[in-house]
Write a protein that binds this ligand. Structure first.
Ligand SMILES: O=c1[nH]cc([C@@H]2O[C@H](COP(=O)(O)OP(=O)(O)OP(=O)(O)O)[C@@H](O)[C@H]2O)c(=O)[nH]1
Length: 608
């Protein structure tokens, strides 16, 4: 949780991790950070002798890795990064710097040096803040290092070779992985364990807190310079957004005055013409993705060898010229890779854009292209009238706008597929934001295809989950069901949560439901949930929230506009949700950021 307030600030930013290390990716994503991975191509060959200390070498290497990525991404992408993070881990022993072994013999010589001795592990970290002045890239570097002491036991030759033959040492600094088999070699660790694994998370949090939440001048005496702000209460969060300089850009109070400070506040001075052009052109990027998805470009490319534009054109039954242009646009957007042998799906496209994948967003994209696009052409009317635009866009007059969305069976299945894809994106984070293992029964109200229910069942084998949704939804959920033993834990019950009796459960769930409704309807629904929930039972709410000042650009404010155009509801801040829940007898309201598209709130029903 320590990263949470900072993570919220970073959610609006394009954060890039300049590292191929799976450990670094795991440490940061476990902490809730959302980022893209672009491995650095910087060759780790700086002259070690020219550095006064091992950590100076590690910091410089980390900086060069990050700078390489910042420059490359800036050149390649339509959208340049805001923050690039680089890191480098080394082992220092007896005046020598050890990096990753080149081969088994090298691993053996490293491990022999460490055998029975204490050594230092240093990770240097560089955080690059990018800004753009008339298309020119400006970079400001913040850097630090962390040292951890590790002592190896006295180990036999036989054991060292056995370990080397396991293959584990080869991609690890110093030739061992403390988090796995290598842990058996270690007698003690003094300092941050994750620093040895490859990323000093605690120091990183402190650094970010220092950059993004500098103490108010009047509090300087009271606030410890390197303390991490309080995090897991709503009060803490709203206080933080009040902190001077606690905007979405880092404050550089320690680093000087003048232009840098103006930059840092993210005011008009921070918005450059290139960023504006990106916004102006944003719809073209969306339309390129929509068109490629609709024409099944990502299915045509599959996971196989690269295909030329001519081959793709043949597969999707389109002109060579037009297909080539579309493929190039997709490559510029990072959806395809263009090599001299042709085009192929990036990992992102394989996972999310093929129509047949487990995490496919294909239906969501088609739904956005046809339905949401249409509604957004009436944004001006929505703003003037302050209401959704279903009658104009779709000719629907229904009270519940979603009724107008899925009129034909095809539209209905696309709608369900869209909701399924969206739910799968965050299901794991929602299911694990809190430890729910004390519950034996849960009821997911409006749980649709059961994507979250199945994730809960997988995570908590003792939990039975009822998905409660409208009969017309339940009748079509079959095609979205996974295989596996946990399917027996999930049951579907048809019903209307505004009219019918709610199924009994210890834990009720409202995942992405409340934002669809007006305050009046939210009160009505919460009152029904509260009436069904026994004292001691809980309610879990998952929603994309606005920051307390309602200033967060994405992901808070665009969904808010979305809701104006297409629903009766609205986005709310965490404290608004807290007040709503408290008004219906739910106390001990706790929130967790998932680093994903939703925040999760857990509240306990007290005695009426
Ligand atoms: O106990 C452990 N010690 C070290 C590691 C891993 O070792 C590597 C260190 O190498 P480097 O810092 O150069 O990072 P790379 O893997 O090459 O990725 P880059 O993208 O930064 O170039 C690092 O992966 C540590 O995680 C370990 O796993 N356990």
């Amino acid at each position: 949780m320590a990263l949470y307030p900072v993570v919220r600030k970073l959610l609006q930013k394009r954060v890039v991790l300049a590292s191929a290390s799976p450990r670094r990716q795991e440490i940061l994503s476990n902490a809730g950070l959302r980022f893209e991975v672009v491995p650095s191509r910087f060759k780790e060959q700086l002259n070690k002798a020219s550095f006064p200390t091992p950590y100076a070498y590690a910091m410089e290497t980390a900086k060069q890795k990050a700078l390489d990525v910042a420059r490359r991404v800036h050149q390649k992408d339509l959208r340049a990064p805001d923050i690039v993070i680089g890191a480098d881990t080394i082992v220092a022993v007896g005046g020598l710097i050890l990096e990753k072994p080149m081969d088994k013999q090298d691993a053996y010589s490293m491990l022999s040096r460490l055998n029975g001795k204490e050594h230092s592990v240093f990770t240097g970290v560089a955080i690059i803040h990018c800004s753009y002045q008339d298309g020119r890239l400006d970079m400001e570097v913040s850097e630090f290092y962390e040292e951890t002491l590790v002592k190896f036991s006295q180990l036999s030759e036989e054991l060292l070779w056995e370990y080397i033959h396991s293959g584990e040492p080869m991609d690890k600094a110093g030739g061992y992985g403390i988090q796995a088999l290598g842990g058996m070699l270690v007698e003690y660790v003094r300092g941050d364990f994750l620093n040895v694994v490859g990323f000093p998370l605690n120091h990183f949090c402190k650094k970010l807190a220092e950059l993004y939440f500098p103490p108010r001048p009047e509090n300087v005496q009271r606030v410890k310079h390197d303390s991490i702000p309080p995090v897991d209460t709503f009060e803490g969060l709203s206080d933080l957004s009040d902190v001077e300089g606690g905007g979405s850009s880092p404050a550089h109070s320690q680093q000087g005055h003048g232009t840098k400070d103006t930059h840092a506040k993210g005011t008009v001075a921070g918005l450059h013409s290139s960023a504006l052009l990106e916004v102006i052109d944003g719809f073209k990027a969306s339309k390129a993705l929509f068109t490629a998805s609709k024409m099944k470009v990502f299915d045509a490319l599959g996971d196989g060898a690269p295909l030329s534009a001519v081959d793709v054109a043949r597969k999707i039954d389109a002109s060579e010229h037009g297909t080539g242009r579309l493929l190039d646009a997709c490559a510029a957007l990072g959806l395809l890779e263009k090599t001299h042998r042709g085009y192929r799906n990036t990992e992102l496209a394989s996972r999310y854009l093929r129509s047949d994948g487990e995490f496919s967003l294909h239906s969501l994209i088609l739904h956005s292209d046809t339905h949401v696009w249409n509604l957004f052409t009436h944004l001006e009317s929505a703003v003037r009238e302050g209401t959704h635009q279903h009658p104009r866009a779709l000719g629907s007059t229904a009270d519940d706008p979603s009724q107008g969305t899925c009129r034909s069976q095809d539209q209905k299945l696309r709608c369900l597929g869209a909701m399924h894809g969206l739910s799968k994106l965050s299901a794991h984070q929602v299911a694990t934001a809190f430890d729910l293992s004390q519950f034996t029964s849960a009821c997911d109200l409006g749980g649709c295809t059961g994507a979250l229910a199945h994730e809960l069942a997988r995570e908590y084998p003792g939990l039975k989950v009822t998905v409660f949704d409208l009969p017309e939804v339940i009748e079509d959920v079959k095609r979205f069901q996974p295989n596996g033993p946990q399917t027996e834990q999930v049951t579907f019950v048809p019903g209307d949560f505004f009219k019918d009796r709610l199924p009994e459960a210890d834990l009720y769930i409202l995942s992405r439901i409340l934002h669809d409704w007006s305050d009046e309807k939210v009160h009505e629904l919460l009152s029904r949930v509260s009436g069904s929930c026994k004292p001691g039972g809980c309610l879990l709410v998952a929603e994309s929230t606005l920051d307390e000042e309602k200033q967060a650009a994405r992901p808070g404010l665009l969904p808010s506009l979305d809701l104006l155009v297409q629903a009766q509801g609205r986005a709310r801040s965490l404290s608004e949700y807290r007040h709503l829940l408290q008004a219906h007898g739910f106390t001990d309201v706790r929130a967790a950021g998932t680093g994903n598209i939703v925040d999760v709130i857990l509240a306990t029903r007290t005695e009426p």
